[in-house]
Ligand binder design. Structure first.
Ligand code: NAD
Length: 435
């Protein structure tokens, strides 16, 4: 199969690379010339474990190419995947579909023979039909079908998720398009990955329903954690106790500072707007959005409390800035709420993140960025762990304590043991685990 992927962000680049690993001929297109230039020079513009090696291998074998010429790529393709961004539209929280529709128009003009146009971007119900309308209008003689094929990969584990997904959802009822999609995903069906064929609408909604459910699960355990603190229970034990129930499952039951990232916040907002527009407002999702926003803001107050009621004039060392480990993605990370609030309250904030510093710098004015974990700690009044990178799980705590002015630790990811930390002489606060 010849595949063109439009947009080389976290999803487009991973999808295109994995399709080439499946054995297809892939060209990835982006309007960002710098991105394409760096990819053609062997430099991967994002941090995603395993991606660099897979790109090198397939590019060298000639199966994976990068370019800016959408026209030629689309003309030669059996399937064109739209993987451009769908950020929150400023002001109303709806998905901004400008990039999707712009790509659709460009694709329309370049179609050559029967082509399947696939929306891999997360798009609200109705977008696939609108893409079809745009293409038809721009190129009435074009032979094409529009298919929805949402992506469920997680940043930080994207290659593994793409190569071994729980399922692949394909929204089309057209036999010809189903055959093309089956051929593309054939290596996965050989390993018994279910291909779930649905209507376009069901597929589009499946993606949002999935993300909203996971965001709800996180928010639920976060609220249980708050309750644990009030009643002297331990959220780890409660999460384990409920998670072992097969009907509930143990994933996404880790209490923390609130969800962030490139998907959950924007997708819950967009889903709520869609549901309101059609007169079936999802009240659970609305509550999740509001609780999570409030929670992220509350984290600075938690840190202030751990510092004795004020952070003014204090040095706060922060470890972890990205919204989760193993990515450089800073989109809607809790750190973007927490650090500015601490600075506004008069703190000096020093921070370190293993991969997110380049992304973080332009977003976090007034923060001193350090070279490593220990570099943040000298004379610090408190240490705050915001992202659970592995390297923060095994800090030399004797060294940490000796570097700090006062051994106050606020562990927003529960990566240390409260009793152990108290034994080691730390004033230790975590989430939902009273000492
Ligand atoms: P991104 O912002 O990292 O990348 C989008 C890319 O598209 C950019 O490089 C941009 O330059 C390019 N682009 C925009 N318009 C273009 C055009 N007309 N032609 C060519 N390139 C164009 O976005 P992302 O995180 O990869 O997300 C893409 C989509 O996938 C979104 O809808 C997102 O919701 C969805 N998604 C993301 C994830 C994730 O973990 N990031 C997971 C599942 C689904």
């Amino acid at each position: 199969m010849h595949i063109a992927v439009i947009g080389t962000g976290y999803v487009g680049l991973v999808s295109g690379t994995c399709f080439s690993e499946f054995g297809h001929e892939v060209i990835c297109i982006d309007t960002d010339k710098e991105k394409i230039k760096s990819l053609n020079n062997g430099k991967v513009p994002i941090f995603e474990p395993g991606l660099q090696a897979m790109i090198e291998k397939n590019a060298k074998a000639g199966h994976l190419k990068f370019g800016t010429d959408l026209k030629e790529a689309v003309a030669n393709a059996d399937a064109v995947f739209i993987a451009v961004g769908t950020p929150s539209r400023r002001g109303d929280g709806r998905a901004d579909l400008t990039y999707v529709y712009a790509a659709a128009k460009e694709i329309a003009a370049a179609l050559n023979g029967y082509t399947v146009i696939v929306t891999k971007s997360t798009v609200p119900v109705g977008t696939g039909r609108e893409v079809g309308r745009i293409v038809q209008e721009a190129n009435p003689s074009a032979e094409f079908d529009v298919v929805s094929n949402p992506e469920f990969l997680r940043e930080g584990a994207a290659i593994e998720d793409f190569m071994r997904p729980d399922r692949v959802v394909v929204g089309t009822t057209e036999k010809r398009a189903q055959d093309v999609m089956s051929a593309i995903y054939r290596p996965l069906s050989l390993s018994r990955t279910p291909l779930v064929f649905t209507s376009i609408e069901s597929s589009e909604l499946t993606k949002y329903a999935g993300n909203a459910f996971l965001a709800t699960k996180i928010t639920f355990i976060n609220e249980i954690a708050d309750l644990c603190e009030k009643v002297g229970a331990n959220v780890h034990d409660v999460a384990r106790g409920i998670g072992l129930d097969g009907r509930i499952g143990s994933k996404f039951l880790h209490a923390g500072p609130g969800f962030g990232g490139s998907c959950f916040p924007k997708d819950t907002r967009a889903l709520f707007e869609t549901s309101s527009d059609v007169g079936a407002p999802l009240k659970i999702v609305e509550a999740v959005i509001n609780i999570n926003e409030t929670r992220k803001r509350q984290m600075a107050a938690r840190i202030t409390e751990a510092c004795g009621g004020s952070v003014a004039g204090k040095i706060i060392a922060v470890l972890g800035l990205t919204f989760k480990p193993n990515t450089d993605d800073m989109r809607e990370s809790p750190s973007l709420d927490i650090l500015p609030a601490l600075i506004t309250a008069g703190a000096t904030v020093r921070a370190y993140d293993p991969e997110g510093m380049d992304e973080a710098r332009p977003l976090l004015d007034g923060v001193e960025f350090c070279q490593n974990s220990y570099g943040t700690l000298e004379n610090a009044d408190a240490l705050v762990i915001i992202t659970e990178w592995n390297e923060f799980r095994a800090l030399d705590l004797t060294r940490v304590k000796s570097l700090m002015k006062t051994p106050v630790m606020v562990d927003l990811r529960n990566i240390y043991d409260p009793a152990d930390m108290t034994d080691k002489g730390f004033a230790y606060t975590s989430i939902g685990r009273p000492i």
